[in-house]
Design a protein around this ligand. Structure first.
Ligand code: F0G
Length: 457
C-alpha cells in the first residue's frame, strides 16, 4: 500500500522558532517543570492537546467572513443548527463556548449531592464539573482498558456488569445519567463499539436512566467502528455517527476536537424540560441561546467543521497518523497503549521509567525529558492529573496507569514533524535512566496539573 498522504495542501504557514536543548533546560526550570506554564513560542512541536489547536479549512475561513453577528436569531446560528441536526439528528442544539461549559450546564441540571454518575471514563473537566455539584463520578471501563498491551479493538467500552452493579448499589433513582465518552480520551483515545453503546442503552432503558455521550471525538470513534466492528465496513461514517447519537438522550461536545474549530462547544438534549432549564443557565453565564458565548463567525466555522470531520479521506489520514507513530515507538522499544488511539499516543511512563515510583510522578518526568530533549510538549495523564484529594479532603484513588499523552492537532503537522518527534522520543528512551523523579512544590486542590509547580528530585 502507498503512503496515505495528508489530504490537503498548505495555504498559510506559521514559523516554528528553533531552540537548543540548553535553552530549553532553562525554560523548563523557569516554568517549574510544568509544560502548561511554558510559552508556546518556546515549543517546537506542540502535542499538549488536540483541543482547539487544529488548522481550519479555506471553507471555514470563508464562513468566518460570512459570520452574522446579530445578537439574536443570526443566520450563522441557523446554519450551525442545520449542520448539527444533519450530523446528530438532535432537534435541540445549544451552542456553548466549549465542552466544559456544556458539562457544567448538564451536571447543574441533572446531577447534585448524593448522585452517582458512571462512565467508561470521565475526562478531568467532566469529573470536576460532576463533583462540583456534589455528585460522585465513577469509572467502569472494561478490564482490558487498564492493560497497555491488550489489543482489544474497543478498549473504550463500558463494563456492562460493573455498570449494572454500580446502578444497583447506588439505586437507579440516584443515577441521573450514564456517560459514554467517545473516544475514551483518558483511557488512551480508545473507541467504544456500537454494540457496547447499544448494550448501555438497553441497560439504561431497563433502569430508566438517560444515556449521555461525551462526544468530543465522535467521528474518530465512528471511523474505528467502521474499521473494526463486524459488519460495519459497508456503512458510511455518517450513518454510524448518526446511530451513535440516536442511541443517546443527550450529548456534550467540545467542538475544539472533532468540530475542527479553535473554540466552540455544543450541548444536545432531547427532553423539552431539560432544554428549557439548560437554556436558562446558558443565558445566565454563556450568552443568548442563539450564540451561547460565541461570535457568529465561530458558529459558521463549526457548521462547516462538523461536515468536514466525517469525510472519510480525512479520517483515514487522521487515524493513520497515530498508527504510524505507534509503529515507530513500539519499534524503538517504547511501550505505549496499544493499539494507537484516534487523536493521540499514550506512552506508558511506568514502563519508560521503572526506577521512578508513582509518588514521584514518572509521567511528569517523561514530559520534562521530552521537552528538554526534543522541544516537544506533551501532557501527563497519571498521578499528577488524577492524584491529590477530593473536595472533602480524602485522597483520590490511584489511577490505573501512569501515562504521557502526545496529542495530535488536526491538519497541523506533517509527516516529517512526526518523524522528528518519534526520533526525539527514541533518543530520550535510550537515556531514560538519567530521568529523575518529580515533586510538587505548590498545587491547587482541583485540576492541579494545569498550574502546579514542580521540581526535579
Ligand atoms: N471531554 C473530553 C473527552 C475531553 O477530551 C475534553 C477536553 C472535554 C470533555 C472538555 O472540553 O476543553 O472544550 O472544555 N479535552 C482537552 C484535551 C482539553 O486536551 O484532551 P473543553
Amino acid at each position: 500500500m502507498k503512503t496515505i498522504i495528508e489530504p490537503f495542501r498548505i495555504k498559510v504557514v506559521e514559523p516554528i522558532r528553533m531552540t537548543t536543548e540548553a535553552e530549553r533546560d532553562g525554560l523548563l526550570r523557569a516554568a517549574h517543570f510544568n509544560t502548561f506554564l511554558l510559552r508556546a513560542d518556546d515549543v517546537l512541536i506542540d502535542l499538549l492537546t488536540d483541543s482547539g489547536t487544529g488548522a481550519m479549512s479555506a471553507e471555514q475561513w470563508a464562513g468566518v467572513m460570512r459570520g452574522d453577528e446579530s445578537y439574536a436569531g443570526a443566520s450563522s446560528f441557523f446554519r450551525f443548527q442545520a449542520s448539527l441536526r444533519d450530523i446528530t439528528g438532535f432537534e435541540h442544539i445549544l451552542p456553548t463556548h466549549q465542552g466544559r461549559a456544556s458539562e457544567r450546564i448538564l451536571f447543574q441540571i441533572m446531577a447534585g449531592p448524593g448522585k452517582v454518575v458512571p462512565a467508561n471514563a470521565h475526562f478531568d473537566t467532566t469529573r470536576a464539573n460532576c463533583e462540583a455539584t456534589g455528585a460522585r463520578a465513577v469509572n467502569v471501563p472494561i478490564p482490558e482498558a487498564a492493560d497497555p498491551r491488550s489489543r482489544h479493538p474497543f478498549k473504550g467500552n463500558i463494563d456492562i456488569p460493573r455498570l449494572e452493579a454500580v446502578i444497583q448499589e447506588a439505586g437507579p433513582a440516584n443515577v441521573p445519567m450514564v456517560i459514554v465518552t467517545v473516544t475514551n480520551n483518558t483511557g488512551g483515545g480508545q473507541p467504544v463499539s456500537l454494540e457496547n453503546i447499544r448494550a448501555v442503552r438497553a441497560l439504561c432503558d431497563r433502569y430508566k436512566i438517560p444515556l449521555v455521550l461525551d462526544a468530543c471525538r465522535f467521528a474518530e470513534n465512528a471511523w474505528f467502528i467502521k474499521q473494526r466492528e463486524p459488519g460495519m465496513s459497508v456503512r458510511s461514517v455518517r450513518s454510524i455517527v448518526r446511530e451513535m447519537f440516536d442511541l443517546a438522550d443527550g450529548a456534550t461536545i467540545s467542538a475544539k476536537k472533532d468540530g475542527m474549530v479553535n473554540i466552540g462547544g455544543v450541548l444536545l438534549l432531547r427532553d423539552a424540560g431539560l432544554v428549557q432549564r439548560a437554556g436558562e443557565l446558558l443565558i445566565l453565564t454563556e450568552g443568548y441561546i442563539t450564540y451561547g458565548g460565541l461570535a457568529g463567525r465561530d458558529l459558521e466555522a463549526m457548521a462547516q467543521g462538523f461536515q468536514e470531520v466525517v469525510q472519510e479521506d480525512y479520517l483515514a489520514y487522521r487515524v493513520r497518523t497515530a498508527e504510524y507513530m505507534a509503529e515507530r515507538l513500539l519499534k524503538a522499544g517504547v511501550q505505549i497503549i496499544e493499539p494507537a488511539g484516534g487523536h493521540a499516543i499514550y506512552i506508558d511512563a511506568a514502563h519508560f521509567c521503572p526506577h521512578i515510583p508513582p509518588a514521584h510522578f514518572p509521567g511528569q518526568a517523561v514530559v520534562a525529558g521530552l521537552y528538554r530533549t526534543g522541544g516537544i510538549r506533551a501532557c501527563e495523564i497519571g498521578s499528577v492529573m488524577f492524584g491529590g484529594t477530593l473536595p472533602d479532603g480524602t485522597p483520590r484513588p490511584a489511577p490505573a496507569m501512569e501515562l504521557v499523552r502526545l496529542a495530535f492537532p488536526r491538519r497541523v503537522y506533517t509527516q516529517s514533524h512526526f518523524d522528528y518527534a518519534a526520533e526525539s522520543i527514541a533518543e530520550l528512551f535510550a537515556k531514560r535512566a538519567t530521568l529523575r523523579g518529580i515533586k510538587i512544590i505548590e498545587a491547587p486542590q482541583a485540576l492541579r496539573h494545569f498550574t502546579a509547580k514542580f521540581a526535579e528530585m
